[in-house]
Structures are given as C-alpha cells and as structure tokens.
Design a protein around this ligand. Sequence first.
Ligand SMILES: Nc1ncnc2c1ncn2[C@@H]1O[C@H](COP(=O)(O)OP(=O)(O)OP(=O)(O)O)[C@@H](O)[C@H]1O
Ligand SMILES: [Mg+2]
Length: 512
Amino acid sequence: MKSAVHKTSLVVRKNRELTAILEVSKVLTTSFNLDKNLSSVMSTLGSLLEMQRGCVFLLDRLSGELRIVAAHGLAKHNIERGKYRIGEGIVGRVLEKKTPMVIPNIGKEPLFLNRTGSRPEKDGISFLCVPIQFKNEVLGVLSVDRIYSKELGGVDDDLRVLEIVSSLIAQFVKLWESYEKVEKEKENLKRELKGKYSIENIIGQSDRMQEVFEAVYRVAPSKATVLLRGESGTGKELVAKAIHYMSPRSKGPFVKFNCASIPEGLLESELFGHEKGAFTGAVSSRKGKFELAHKGTIFLDEIGDLPTTLQPKILRVLQEREFERVGSEKTIKVDVRIITATSRNLEHLVSQGKFREDLYYRLNVIPLFLPPLRERGEDIPILIDHFLEKFNRENNRSVVFDKNALRIFLNYNWPGNVRELENTIERLVIMSASDKITAADLPVSLSIRRLKTPDKSASLITNVEEIEKANIIDALEKTGWVQARAARLLGITPRQIGYKIKKYEIAERAVQ
Ligand SMILES: Nc1ncnc2c1ncn2[C@@H]1O[C@H](COP(=O)(O)OP(=O)(O)OP(=O)(O)O)[C@@H](O)[C@H]1O
Ligand SMILES: [Mg+2]
C-alpha cells in the first residue's frame, strides 16, 4: 500500500518536473528581458518543485564577480549582498570546477558562507548548486535550497532537473548577450548617423540641418538642377558652393550671379554675353556668366527677382543648355549645372503672373529648404563656438560668452539668421574691451527683447513689431541713417530694410 502511494507520488513528481521544464523553456522565450525572464524561471522552480530559495548568479567578466541576476525567496538587501568571487564559497567552487555540488545539510558545512544572510536556521536545509554553461564556457551558477522529505524524490532527480534548467538558462543568456550586442551596435550607429553628415564650414547638428546635409550628399554627384529656399542668411550660398565642390564638376568654375543686383537692361548681356557693338557701350565682345560657368556650376541667386522678359531665355538654357549672345545669332552650347536660390515665395509670384509656371517647374526639380535659425536653436551654441573661434583667430583675441549672454543669444529669434549671428559675434569680438562678453555688452537689438516685459493687452504681433521698429531705428541711428549700412548691421538686405522703413512709417525725412 505504502509503495503504491510512493509510486503515485513519484509519478506526480515526474509530471511536475516535466511541467516545470516546459514552463521554464516557455518563460525564457517570452522576451529578451534578462532579469524578468530569469526571475520567472526561479519562481516557477519555487512553485512547481518546492525549491525554496533559488538564485541565478551570472559571471561579470569585467569584474570577475558573480552577481545575483534573479532570485526567488530572497529579500532585496540579501540579493545585493550575494556577491561571490570565483572559487569562493560553494557557488564560487561550482563555477571554478564546472561541476554540480550538493550540500546535504548546510548547517554542517564550513564552506557554506551564507553571503546573502538569508538562512538564519540552516539545519535540515540542503543546498544544490549547478553551473550554467554553454559548450565549455561557464556563464554562472544556479542554486536552490530544498528541504527533503523521504516521499518527494531524491537529490539526483533534482540535480537532473536543475541541469536541464541551467542549460536552458545558458542558451537564453547567450542569445540575450548577442541581442544586447546588436542593440548596442544599433544605438551606436544611430548616434553616429546623427552627426554623420558634415560639410566643411557648414555648422548644423540639428535634425533639420542633418536632413539638409543628407540631401546635399545625395544631389551633389548628379547634374540635377537644385532650388535652394530659405530666409535671408540661412546659408543658401554656402550650400550652393558645397554642392558644387562635392560634385564631379568641383574642378570647374563656380559662377555666382545675383539676379537682383543689376538693372534689368544689363541683365541679359551679363548672363549671356554680347558681341561688339551689340548696344551702345559694347566696345568689345564679352562672355556672359553662362559661358564662364562652362564645365562648372552657375549659381543664380534671388531667382525670384528675374524679370519676366528674361525668363524664357533662362528656360531655354535649362532645357537645351543653349543660347545666343546679345547681338549675335550664333547659338552657343554650354555644359553647366544650374543651382538657383530664393528667399521669396515663388508660388505666390507664379500665381501673380510674375514668374512663369513652366520655368518654376524646371527649377523646382530638387527643392532644398534651409530652416531659419529660430527653428533650430540647438545649433546656436555650436554656431557661437564656431564664429568665436573664427573671429578670435582673425583678431588675435580670446573672447568668451558668459552664461547670461549665451542665454540671450538662445532666446533671440534671429530674423537675419546665421548671417546676423555671425555679424553680431564679429562686432562683439572686435569691440569688446574685456574678454568676457556679458549681457550688458550685447547690442540693443538683442537686449531690447530681453528688457521688454510683454504687454499682455497688446497682441504678440504688435509687440514683435514694436521691437523690430526700435531695432531698425537703433541701427539707423548708429549708421547715420544710411540704409544699406543699417541693413548690414541688422543682417538683413537693403531691400528688406527699405520695406520695413515703409511699413513702420519711420520718419522719411531722416532717411535718404
Ligand atoms: N550653417 C552655417 N554654418 C556656418 N556659417 C553659416 C551657416 N549658414 C550661414 N552661414 C554664414 O552666414 C552668412 C550668410 O550665409 P549665406 O550667404 O549662404 O546665406 P543666404 O541664405 O545666401 O542669404 P541671402 O538670402 O541673404 O543671400 C555667411 O557668412 C555664411 O558663411
Ligand atoms: Mg545669398
């Protein structure tokens, strides 16, 4: 009768062992979370096989220490205490010898260090410890406590189960390690990519600028027409040059032409050249910009200002790469790459009939938008460093910004973008008496904004406009009301200052 009961309990026991092993292998494949999975393993062993305390120790290869990664039936402070060196205590022994150990009654075993301090009453408890190994490499140790009663299996059964569990753990740990490695590599790669695109002399760590750089890398090798868009001072010319110098035409000429810079009557001959006697004053024949840019790149700045009369001729160059000089019927063919730029709203000009739609589409093959500085504040500190370094070097100075000055720079909204920032820093480096720039040294244009407490009753627009008006008057005062100089001071174009003077009705009589 007794043996029948014993048999039944053995079958129950075997079933439990199988269930435990199955559970463990399930738990280990639920995720790549090392701590969570191993903790579940330990509690499975606890609940299905009456293994009271249990621990998974993993070897930290750097420190050579065994560390408890998961435990069952141990308080947190005990876990933290449970560190073993290789060869120390039973756990250390098992790791070193790569063989399981069983201490039938830990109360009588001097090797048992009880580092975790969790067994005040040692008698009657047996301690089982197996190595966790993958092929020949020992990764750690699995240990459990058991109180044996005659009915419930023996040590050998337990060891067998623990060895199976530990080999499952070993496989999981190996998988987890390679998963962690791949994840780390992915992270590193991402971090590298963030600063991956760099272009000489163009500063920009922000995502927005990194996107621009990436696009530059992509378009540079081709001959595609690029349209650069962005507010004044955002670096359109800088990017145009970068594209040219990063392209296969880098050894050819880079010819820049500003479509807004000269009177309409002279534009055609400037761009396409003329023959001797083509018009009054044409005493000799002359090559135009397109011819000069042969085998290189032509950069047409302020393309939105191109008069409608000239637009068809430009369209033809874009399509056929050919034209005639003024006063000549001979067709000239050129090999040029065309890059254009504008800070104006071309779509608006098209809808107003000031810009030909067909030309717009021809130019707009690859549009590149340069973000205004106020939308990429994270670039401001590195731009400051860049320009401080540049102007300190040029002027043999070692000027730095203090925290407050830096804060004002970060809060200012830079309507003149990088150019305004560059000019401001150059002025500060040259003019500053001391080597430390403080808030008090900053130009009024930046500090007005700082001193001004927002008037809650007025709309934001009015506030901004008031400040802008004050800045313009300030700049005009400083430059003897010479608009072009005031514009330069503010980092905006003469055209923009003219427009703003009219808009704010700044005393016309004082303005020449
Ligand atoms: N990202 C940048 N890094 C370093 N310098 C920059 C950057 N962007 C612009 N600059 C500097 O700012 C100044 C203005 O740049 P750039 O002339 O290219 O602007 P732009 O967009 O052509 O302006 P505009 O429309 O007024 O002609 C230049 O001195 C340029 O070197
Ligand atoms: Mg420009």
